[in-house]
Design a protein around this ligand. Structure first.
Ligand SMILES: Nc1ncnc2c1ncn2[C@@H]1O[C@H](COP(=O)(O)OP(=O)(O)OP(=O)(O)O)[C@@H](O)[C@H]1O
Length: 360
């Protein structure tokens, strides 16, 4: 879909910011450019829509050489999302989202209607449409940035560190949201990040760039974690890559156990024997937190939740982040389905690891 052929970029004739890049980016997939600061990720991304012109080499999108397309039209034909949402401060959220369709000649009412639909697509309440960007949280602004990039329904989305300015919890939400959206939309997404975790979570394929603008490895994330191509990639991926690898194994085989549940944080002796934690749930059976066996009163915040179909890494996260040591599993409606035990998740991890090593 997007092909780089021997593309080099030198700013003001200096050292190459991107050095003889050749790669082919799959249609309908998420390709992540990852690497340390200054290794040419943003430059590579921006050459796709001609915000930056290559010094040599060619880039084609769907078989067309981008250097022969009018730059303004090319830019409007691709969605672009950046770190600071880049929203226009004096325009309402709806008008921000409607910007490109309006430039493309879509009448105002139709563009606004589409913008309102997109607010919903990115998980924002309709009332936010009338606000100004400064009246939104950082995470909400990034969602608006994504909605704006999707407004003209472009086949290609370019995303430059779109989630790096928000806190880790919101970032995790935005990543999961992007994966959900992508399952429906199947855009060709090129995503820049310096975070290898983000790259392995989001990427169908990951391109690791090394200093000097050289492509060090280009492969599926699992392959990069399992078999780094050289020392640079190995050190960039880090020694905890075995832990990251868990993100590629489903935890379907993990056992769920019943758990003592109470509907209020005020527990009584009858709620559980001494030393037993009780899970506090609301009237619908959704988890609210834990009640400690020591004092028995008050709500101890829970850890991350485990959903059906989640990976071993999420199973381990759920168990280790829970104050009771029991990871809470919920069903599709968010109701408690049972708890999982860290020791059992670890045993499953060990089994998975041994199976992997036995494979030829
Ligand atoms: N407009 C510019 N003029 C001159 N040099 C530039 C320009 N933009 C980038 N560079 C240089 O090109 C190299 C690659 O920069 P680029 O922004 O593409 O890297 P990056 O991997 O995206 O880094 P970061 O993660 O820090 O944004 C760097 O050495 C940078 O200083």
């Amino acid at each position: 879909m997007i092909v780089f052929e021997n593309v080099t970029k030198r700013y003001q004739g200096g050292q190459p910011a991107v050095d003889a890049l050749s790669m082919s980016i799959d249609k309908g997939a998420i390709t992540v450019f990852v690497g340390p600061s200054g290794c040419g990720k943003t430059t590579s991304l921006r050459m796709i829509n001609r915000m930056v012109e290559p010094s040599s080499g060619t880039i084609t999108v769907a078989g067309r050489n981008v250097s022969q397309e009018p730059a303004a039209r090319l830019r409007r034909s691709m969605g672009y999302v950046m770190q600071s949402s880049g929203l226009m401060p004096h325009r309402s959220v709806l008008d921000n989202i409607a910007t490109v369709p309006r430039l493309n000649g879509v009448p105002k009412a139709a563009a606004r209607k589409r913008a309102a639909e997109l607010l919903d697509v990115v998980g924002l309440a309709p009332v936010l449409g009338k606000r100004y960007p400064s009246q939104l949280s950082g995470g909400q602004q990034q969602r608006v940035g994504v909605a704006r990039a999707l407004a003209a329904d472009p086949p290609v989305l370019l995303m430059d560190e779109p989630f790096s300015a928000v806190d880790p919890v919101v970032r995790d939400e935005l990543q999961q949201e992007l994966l959900r959206l992508q399952r429906e939309l199947a855009k060709t997404i090129v995503f820049v990040t310096h975070d290898i975790d983000e790259a392995t979570v989001l990427g169908d394929k990951v391109a690791v760039f090394a200093v000097g603008g050289k492509l060090a490895q280009y492969a599926a994330p699992e392959e990069i974690l399992r078999a780094p191509a050289n020392d640079f990639v190995a050190s960039f991926v880090g020694r905890d890559r075995g832990f990251r690898h868990l993100a590629f194994n489903a935890a379907d085989a993990v056992r769920l156990h019943p758990v003592k549940m109470v509907q209020s944080a005020e527990r009584t002796v009858a709620d559980g024997g001494p030393g037993e934690w009780a899970l506090v749930v609301d009237a619908d059976g959704r988890p609210l937190g834990w009640s400690s066996p020591r004092d028995g009163t008050g709500l101890v915040p829970g850890g991350s939740l485990f959903h059906r179909g989640d990976t071993l890494r999420r199973a381990l996260d759920a168990a280790l982040s829970s104050p009771s040591g029991l990871g809470v599993a919920v069903d599709d409606d968010g109701r408690v389905a049972g708890v999982l035990k860290a020791a059992e998740v670890l045993a499953l991890i060990e089994e998975t690891r041994q199976n992997r090593e036995e494979r030829p």
